[in-house]
Design a protein around this ligand. Structure first.
Ligand code: GNR
Ligand code: NI
Length: 168
């Protein structure tokens, strides 16, 4: 397994729309294992392949504290079950250090493929529903900062560009 490099806003590669996985094979399973290791090491509760510069529709999520429930979603399709919006202070490993309130539907149903290529359907609510929607946004080239005002987004961009220059 390997810890992969996570792209940071405003890297334009984060705007790439990810393509569906055609075949859930050993290459995809290796990617999933590397993504899980990268997410746990960060640490984070979710990771989309887009964030590690792999533009395929693969998501890993684990909202447990003891890393006991890794969830895999390949080619996920979501349907809103409860359109009532809930607010949550979101963060993102690609926008390190910033947390802002985002509103999203509270309950969704997801259909996806698992690591064996088997199709499953699950109803998600609470943090899992928030995280899945955040990750699907990544696959579509969207970031949580896109929900903020242009002024807030620009402030975050300037600060991150500065810290990226310091590290370069
Ligand atoms: O680790 C993460 N925490 C988080 C908190 C609130 C809403 C969404 C998230 S996802 C984030 C990891 C990440 O950037 N996934 O793309
Ligand atoms: Ni994110």
């Amino acid at each position: 397994m390997a810890v992969l490099e996570i792209l940071e806003f405003p890297d334009p590669r984060l705007r790439t729309e990810a393509r569906p996985v055609a075949d859930v094979n050993d290459t995809i399973r290796k990617l999933i294992d590397d993504m899980l290791e990268t997410m746990y090491e960060a640490p984070g509760i979710g990771l989309a392949a887009s964030q590690v510069d792999v533009h395929q529709r693969v998501i890993v999520i684990d909202v447990t504290e003891d890393h006991s429930d890794p969830l895999i979603f390949i080619n996920p399709e979501i349907r809103v079950l409860d359109p009532e919006l809930g607010e949550y202070d979101e963060g993102c490993l690609s926008v390190p250090g910033f947390y802002e309130t985002v509103n999203r539907p509270r309950q969704v149903e997801v259909t996806a493929l698992d690591r064996n290529g088997e199709r499953f359907t699950r109803v998600l609510e609470g943090l899992l529903a928030i995280c899945l929607q955040h990750e699907i946004d990544h696959l579509n080239g969207k970031l949580f900062v896109d929900y903020l005002s242009p002024l807030k987004r620009q402030r975050i961009r300037k600060k991150l560009e500065k810290s990226q220059r310091r590290r370069a």
